[in-house]
Design a protein around this ligand. Structure first.
Ligand code: NAD
Ligand code: UFG
Length: 355
């Protein structure tokens, strides 16, 4: 059993990962300020994890930018089991919002990470899994995209993630002993197959998958497909969707690898290696849900690439695992969540109708 601090553990990817880690027998402290999540996700994942899990999950409500909150989170570990590793999900992730509010993104994503790393150093904890993003690759020249592709983000969100990656480079070069995995996620979607936990975006979803789910469930009238003239097989944009449970299992594998090998800085793509177009996602979701997904073709969205697909070979080799769930399962499980929770976790939604 390892004692792990999970920042942002109540969020979409954090909650699924927390469940996988509880099921693997680990002991967790979740630090979250619930800026984009609800404590209900933690209550439900405890239900799924079974009766003995409750004693292994501590919730520390707080902000990664605040030193006292971090100290409180480290101190919340069970007696005699100090935090050995951190999985750092907490952050802001909306590309459009980052263009409007860059200071917020640099503050939370870079400032918060810096504060967390300082706290880890003070505590003598030097094992970290960091949520990075395929957004770093910007407009990729080469698809599938290897980890060696140039880092050329094109928005403040991506810049802030690139800056944290750089900081982690500098830190691991400065002092021996750091064990760090920078995991570059492609497009995480779907939900736990129970439909009890899932993605609960506030306001109008920016991303394809939650938007399609909300159209299928009748919360939104129709999808706008951004561009039908891309140089792809059917003209719509192609992405590498990864089931959130595969992603969660990837985190467990990354942690196992870090803890069992010599100190190192690992940089890995987490994707399936399979590309699917927007129109393929629409058809797969309609089929999984049995509900129509009306759509209209509109202009391209500024900043989009035609195609973004991971080369997942290095992750498969270093972590010894591959993604197991395909698009049909992503849609089936996403629908299990959306249909049982048409309004997500049911928290007040002050931004509904906003951005
Ligand atoms: P999410 O918004 O559901 O989860 C983030 C969590 O962090 C939320 O629970 C939020 O309340 C918390 N949080 C935000 N600011 C905080 C702060 N200052 N202090 C403490 N907690 C704070 O997002 P997610 O989809 O689960 O993403 C998790 C991580 O993965 C993020 O860092 C994101 O940038 C990265 N990522 C996500 C995607 C994606 O498509 N979902 C893709 C690539 C990378
Ligand atoms: N799309 C639509 N209509 C919509 C939303 C999206 O047609 O309403 C299209 C996009 O044009 C794109 C595809 O669906 O072709 C996927 O778009 P998403 O917004 O779901 O995902 P992106 O690949 O654009 O970006 C997401 C996150 C980024 C992250 C990236 C890789 O928003 O922050 O995945 O992880 F970096």
């Amino acid at each position: 059993m390892t004692s792990i601090l999970i920042t942002g553990g109540a969020g979409f990817i954090g909650s699924h990962t927390a469940l996988v880690l509880l099921e693997a027998g680990h002991s967790l402290v979740v630090l979250d300020n619930f800026a984009n999540s609800s404590p209900e996700s933690l209550r439900r994942l405890l239900e799924l994890a079974g009766p003995d899990a409750e004693a292994r999950l501590t919730v520390a409500t707080g902000d990664i930018r605040i030193r006292d909150d971090l100290e409180r989170a480290f101190a919340a570990a069970p007696a005699g089991q100090p935090i050995e590793a951190v999985i750092h999900f907490a952050g802001l992730k909306a590309v459009g919002e980052s263009v409007q509010h860059p200071l917020r993104y640099w503050d939370v994503n870079l400032g918060g990470s810096r504060q967390l790393l300082a706290a880890m150093q003070a505590q003598g904890c030097r094992t970290l899994v960091f949520s990075s993003s395929a957004t770093l690759y910007g407009m990729p020249e080469q698809v599938p995209i290897p980890e060696t592709a140039p880092i050329r983000p094109i928005n403040p969100y991506g810049h802030s993630k690139a800056a944290v990656e750089q900081l982690l480079d500098d830190l691991s070069a400065s002092e021996a002993g750091w064990r760090i995995a920078r995991l570059r996620y492609f497009n995480p979607v779907g939900a736990h197959p129970s439909g009890r936990i899932g993605e609960d975006p506030r306001g109008i979803p920016n991303n394809l998958f939650p938007f399609v789910s909300q159209v299928a469930v009748g919360r939104r009238e129709r999808l706008q497909v951004f561009g039908g003239d891309w140089p792809t097989a059917d003209g719509s944009g192609v992405r590498d969707y990864i089931h959130v449970m595969d992603l969660a299992e990837g985190h467990r594998a990354a942690l196992d690898t870090l803890l069992s090998e010599e100190p190192q800085l690992l940089t890995l793509n987490l994707g399936s290696g399979q590309g699917h177009s927007v129109l393929e996602v629409v058809a797969a979701f309609a089929s999984a849900s049995g509900c129509p997904v009306p759509y209209e073709l509109v202009a391209r969205r500024p900043g989009d690439a035609a195609s973004s697909v991971a080369d997942p070979a290095l992750a498969a080799q270093r972590l010894g695992c591959r993604t197991r769930r395909g698009l049909a399962e992503m849609c089936r499980d996403g629908w299990a969540w959306q249909s049982a929770n048409p309004n997500g976790y049911g928290t007040a939604n002050p931004l509904e109708g906003g951005g």
